[in-house]
Ligand binder design. Structure first.
Ligand SMILES: *Cc1c(COP(=O)(O)O)cnc(C)c1O
Length: 430
């Protein structure tokens, strides 16, 4: 089908990027389980390798099943192109790779997925890159952190672990003024709840491992490009604006215009970093995306009910869900996240660390796992798991104090989830 802008989200989540298989008429997207593609002739091969013609060479770069997923995610996010890769963390490196270089930095939110904090504070140093962490609600602090070596601002739309919601438009304005891109990790919101490009983001990254696939089966990632950033406006982005020696001096921005970032991601990023998504993985994610809006509606509905129930319970100190009328983010949710604040939040249990551990052990439907965005309800006690290495002060600052658990509310019956929490809280506070 042609992806006319007139189609709604529910139609696009099923059809965008897909067409009946030209060889067999297969209605569902086939899993093209192949590593290589036969060239028509030597001229065709040469044109493909010179990037003069678009086509399939080798599945480290492109694969027809993965290509359908790329087009679908790009369409749902309102971008011009997307590159899929092997995990959400791969997507983050792939997004930064064309922008950064030794001595360059990214200004990043303090409210991020724990693994991202580690990737940004530790591992990227090996490339000579660094991250400056700031509270993105403090716009003056963000502005002050941007220096001549800053190459991007990075945040999450609905942010870990507390489910805070970010003012994307305000950060996009700061990024624009500094001539750098804003990268938004839209994993927890999904394009159903938030479309960062419409709010001014340059790039959107995803862990497709989470809600997009939706059922906890495969890891994957994606980088979506808005196509709106002028990579040649200053000399900060030579990978995109200047001659690329590996392609006979081709300039990506000059040659591919709004698709420069996407083409670079495939022709240089996947070619040399090799963080490729496999076609089986793409298949599972395509299956998941077909029901994204339906699942997200239920995730939000359940999260709203459960957060409201928890907030009223005497055994609970506080609930951070931005979808609650009592949340300091309530107005921002209404303005920028009108379909809801997602299904990820934390709550504090009276009785602290010991009560949290007892609660997690006593739950029967909720699974104790280091994951989010599954059909199943999930819980984790960060202080005894993901944030165990941090000092109590650091745990507090990350919103992962010893008395706090993080939940990812699934799409089971809300009444069953409430009953499960009720019996487990009784045991935790006994
Ligand atoms: C899970 C997650 C990641 C990392 O994704 P992987 O697929 O596990 O590599 C990044 N950001 C957010 C918000 C996540 O939830």
């Amino acid at each position: 089908m042609s992806d006319g802008p007139t189609y709604g989200f529910d139609t696009l989540q099923i059809h965008a990027g897909a067409r009946p298989d030209p060889a067999t008429g297969a209605r569902q997207t086939p899993i093209y389980q192949t590593t290589a593609y036969v060239f028509r002739d030597a001229d065709h091969a040469a044109a493909l390798f010179n990037l003069q013609e678009v086509g399939y060479i080798y599945s480290r770069l492109t694969n027809p099943t993965v290509a359908v997923l790329q087009e679908r995610i790009a369409t749902l996010e309102g971008g011009v192109g997307a590159v899929c890769c092997s995990s959400g963390h791969a997507a983050q490196i792939m997004a930064l790779f064309p922008l950064m270089g030794p001595g360059r930095n990214v200004v990043a939110s303090t409210r991020l997925y724990g693994g991202t904090v580690t990737q940004f504070s530790q591992s990227i140093k090996r490339f000579g890159w660094s991250a400056k962490f700031v509270d993105t609600d403090d716009l003056e602090a963000v502005k002050a952190a941007i220096d001549d070596d800053t190459r991007a601002i990075f945040c999450e739309s609905i942010a870990n672990p507390g489910g805070y919601v970010t003012d994307i438009r305000a950060l996009a304005d700061l990024a624009d003024a500094a001539g750098i891109p804003l990268i938004v990790d839209n994993t927890s919101a999904t394009p159903y709840l938030c479309r960062p490009i419409e709010q001014g983001a340059t790039l959107v990254v995803h862990s497709t491992t989470k809600y997009l696939t939706g059922n906890g089966t495969v890891t994957g990632g994606a980088i979506v490009d808005s196509g709106r950033f002028d990579w040649s406006a200053n000399d900060k982005f030579p990978s995109l604006s200047e001659a690329e020696p590996a392609y006979h001096g081709l300039k990506f921005h000059e040659t591919f215009g709004p698709l420069a970032f996407t083409f670079h991601g495939i022709a240089v990023g996947l070619r040399d970093l090799g963080m490729t998504m496999n076609p089986q993985g793409a298949h599972y994610t395509l299956m998941g995306i077909e029901t994204l809006s339906l699942r997200m509606q239920r995730h939000v509905e359940n999260a709203e009910k459960i957060a409201a129930w928890l907030e009223k319970d005497d055994r609970v100190d506080y609930v951070t869900y931005a979808g609650l009328p009592s949340s300091p983010y309530h107005d921002r949710v209404k303005a920028q996240y009108p379909k809801g604040a997602g299904a990820l939040f934390t709550f504090a249990v009276k009785g602290g660390y010991d009560a949290c551990v007892k609660l997690v052990n006593a739950l029967e439907i909720f699974s104790h796992v280091a994951n989010l965005g599954d059909t199943r309800s999930l819980i984790i006690h960060s202080a005894s798991t993901t944030h165990r290495q941090l000092t109590p002060e650091q745990q507090q600052a990350a919103g992962a104090g010893p008395n706090v658990v993080r939940v990812s509310i699934g799409i089971e019956d809300a009444d069953d989830l409430i009953a499960d929490l009720d019996q487990a809280l009784a045991k935790a506070s006994a």
